[in-house]
Design a protein around this ligand. Structure first.
Ligand code: SF4
Ligand code: SF4
Length: 257
């Protein structure tokens, strides 16, 4: 295994792109040194991007430490103290020591320390942590699409996604939960955008596992991911990826058994 941006996360290549939000993507140097790019993704729900698929894995995963910060700093969450039960789970999950209890034993976030990673949003079981501003999650998705474009442009690339154990939140969470739906299988494509859409459609076609986090949510949308994380909109990433020429939403599914 090679850590693409080095042991300290500072070994990066600056990749110029003409994005709406990113002009110079900061990518782990070992990624950009490769002649061919092949991604292998665990497809799951995500508390900020709706789902974590190929685009999230490539864009965020290949960003150097500074690149990840650039994508994540689109928004920093706040705690709604009316909902906070003082359990302290968010404090344990914050790697930046940005959350403390106030004098009333309610959690609060220091935005000078917070990097906007969103981990506390998924960690709170009481929906007390909310993204800052309606645009934050969409901005994160737009930047992820542009970082993905910086990684795959101008070289051969191929992508594989495993739609198994579809957990509710990002794999970086220390906790896990019952899968949202039954396992579907392995998907692969030369187009990471079409791949993500095909995986999302496949998950949305599955029944909800009765004791999963999704079963406890209100089902106001015809979409498992939006019902699970109502503040997210995965389509903003897909639409932006199409707009910048990363791939297509349309796909032909060839089933191999
Ligand atoms: S995880 Fe939620 S309920 Fe628990 S302390 Fe943090 S904000 Fe409050
Ligand atoms: S978004 Fe990340 S850095 Fe900010 S308070 Fe939450 S867990 Fe900590």
């Amino acid at each position: 295994m090679i850590i693409a941006d080095g042991l300290k996360g500072t070994d990066e290549a600056l990749v110029p792109i003409q994005g709406d939000y990113v002009k110079e993507a900061k990518i782990g140097r070992a990624i950009m040194d490769a002649d061919i790019f092949i991604s292998l993704t665990h497809f799951k729900g995500h508390e900020s991007t709706g789902f974590g698929g190929a685009l999230k894995n490539i864009g965020m995963g290949c960003g150097s430490r500074a690149g990840k910060m650039e994508m994540h700093n689109s928004g920093k969450p706040n705690v709604d103290t009316d909902y906070c039960k003082s359990c302290g789970v968010c404090i344990k999950n914050c790697a930046h020591s940005a959350i403390t209890f106030n004098e009333n034993n309610k959690a609060g976030i220091d935005h000078n320390l917070c990097v906007g990673c969103g981990r506390c949003i998924g960690a709170c079981n009481y929906d007390a942590v909310n993204p800052w501003g309606d645009q934050a999650n969409d901005l994160l998705n737009y930047k992820i699409a542009e970082y993905t474009y910086a990684v795959v442009k101008e070289r051969p690339h191929f992508h594989i996604s495993l739609v198994v154990d579809v957990s509710p939140n990002c794999d970086c969470h220390s906790e896990n939960d019952v899968p949202l739906v039954p396992n579907v299988g392995m998907f692969a494509s030369f187009d990471p955008v079409a791949l993500d859409v095909a995986c999302a459609d496949a998950v949305n076609g599955q029944p909800i596992i009765s004791n999963s986090a999704l079963a406890r949510m209100k089902h106001t949308h015809n979409d498992h991911f939006t019902n699970l994380h109502p503040d997210t909109n995965w389509k903003s990433c897909i639409d932006h990826a199409v707009k910048i020429g990363l791939g297509n939403k349309e796909y032909e599914l060839i089933t191999i058994k």
